[in-house]
Design a protein around this ligand. Structure first.
Ligand code: GLV
Ligand code: MN
Ligand code: MN
Length: 404
């Protein structure tokens, strides 16, 4: 069984990997991600799983022995990555789910409920800006017409991206979650160092912090970098620069998180004051009210500074996820009674499809696998092979409890 996981992991290692950085570029509906999707379908077919795909490319590969039907136990994750991301965020959950099915079969386990291995598309929102787009559509919390209005950085519409990937079908029907999904378990690499500090290879999630992405459009006046006196400028770069500092300071004061990780400058010339700067704020807090007040404080300081700079500012919320408390009794049940002691139950500041399904009423749990450095969304993201294998067997034990 060890072989199954390692072989699959080795298959995926080169797909979408940058030779320059060692990081991954697996954006939805592009070459590498499509290759991963084909790989997943081959793995499902090789195991005799029944594959169901929806028009945006969300896939479930079902293991339903004869006579077993009804809502199933879903487990899986995503295959897309952030730009220059790590190998584990997403694929670890998918490969572990396939390997866990193999483990259960080798144990002779016959599930009393179908077990489905799922892959949701565009979890990272790295192409169309809306995180967990696939699971939000499946859960019916994003209207289809809003999804169709999305475009990527090159101006390609979501609809055109679907059609060039051979997907899309005019309309989209959300999944009937009550009829198809009894519960969901997502295994994921931990994106912090909590498990390292606790000396545990696996843990269970208690909650996801509320988080959101906000587009800040700063507008000024383009002018000559040499002949425009410093006091005559309306420079949106200055307003943006102060806003980035303010975001960092506000988040530190409140013990929360704020990041500007993406900026676009127009016209982006060395010898011209920019006419426009667009920057994206990623903000995360332990409470919904805290998130709202953090974003309000940053926006307020940015607006004051825009007044002083003679620039203007518009703030647009592009992707906001409220706090998620996972099913506490399910988490406690899954964490308890293991050889070597209970698994720790820990919160996460990262967003996941599991959060979307949980908010849609599906009993949901997450398993985390230790990440020795805690680094994630970076080529440095890592989990050791022994810990990954502990994760597979933890997932197999979990599925056995849930599908018994
Ligand atoms: C997803 O990984 C996120 O938290 O941004
Ligand atoms: Mn991620
Ligand atoms: Mn992820």
């Amino acid at each position: 069984m060890t072989d199954d996981f390692e072989r699959m992991w080795t298959d995926l290692t080169p797909v979408g990997r940058s030779a320059a950085s060692g990081g991954y570029f697996r954006q939805p509906y592009r070459g590498a991600e499509s290759e991963l999707r084909s790989w997943f379908l081959e793995q499902a077919t090789a195991r005799g799983l029944r594959v169901e795909s929806d028009p945006v490319g969300n896939v479930v590969a079902w293991w339903a022995p004869p006579g077993v039907s009804g809502p199933g136990v879903l487990t899986g994750s995503h295959l897309d990555s952030v730009l220059d991301g790590g190998a584990y965020d997403g694929p670890l959950g998918v490969v572990s789910a396939l390997a866990a099915v193999d483990v259960l079969r080798s144990r002779g386990f016959v599930p009393a409920k179908p077990i489905g291995v799922s892959v949701f598309v565009e979890e990272e929102g790295s192409r169309f800006g809306l995180a967990c787009l696939g699971s939000r559509l499946a859960a019916g919390v994003v209207p289809w017409r809003d999804a169709l209005a999305l475009t990527d950085r090159d101006g390609t519409s979501f609809e055109d991206a679907l059609s060039s990937a051979g997907l899309g079908a005019g309309t989209y029907e959300p999944w009937d979650l009550a009829a198809t999904v009894d519960c969901f378990v997502e295994l994921h690499v931990e994106q912090g160092r909590d498990l390292v500090d606790r000396g545990a290879a696996v843990g269970v999630a208690s909650e996801i912090w509320p988080h959101g992405r906000y587009r800040f459009d700063f507008t000024g006046a383009a002018n000559h970098a040499g002949s425009t006196r410093m006091e005559d400028r309306q420079d949106p770069m200055l307003t943006y620069a102060m806003t980035a500092l303010a975001a960092n300071k506000q988040a530190r004061l409140a013990g929360q998180r704020a990041t500007f990780g993406r900026v676009e400058v127009a016209p982006n010339g060395t010898n011209a004051i920019p006419s426009r700067v667009t920057a994206w704020l990623d903000a995360r807090c332990s409470t919904d009210a805290g998130l709202a007040s953090l974003v309000e404080a940053i926006s307020g300081q940015a607006t004051d500074r825009a007044d002083r700079d003679g620039t203007s500012l518009r703030v647009t919320a592009e992707s906001v996820s409220a706090s998620v408390a996972f099913d506490a009794s399910m988490a406690a049940r899954l964490a308890a009674d293991h050889e070597g002691g209970d698994w720790p139950v820990i919160p996460t500041q990262a967003g996941h499809d599991a959060g979307i399904l949980s908010a849609a009423g599906v009993p949901t749990a997450m398993l985390f696998v230790r990440n020795p450095t805690g680094v994630s969304h970076s080529p440095e993201e890592h989990a050791s092979m022994p810990d990954c294998l502990v994760g597979v067997s933890a997932l197999a034990d979990t599925l056995e409890r849930l599908a018994r």
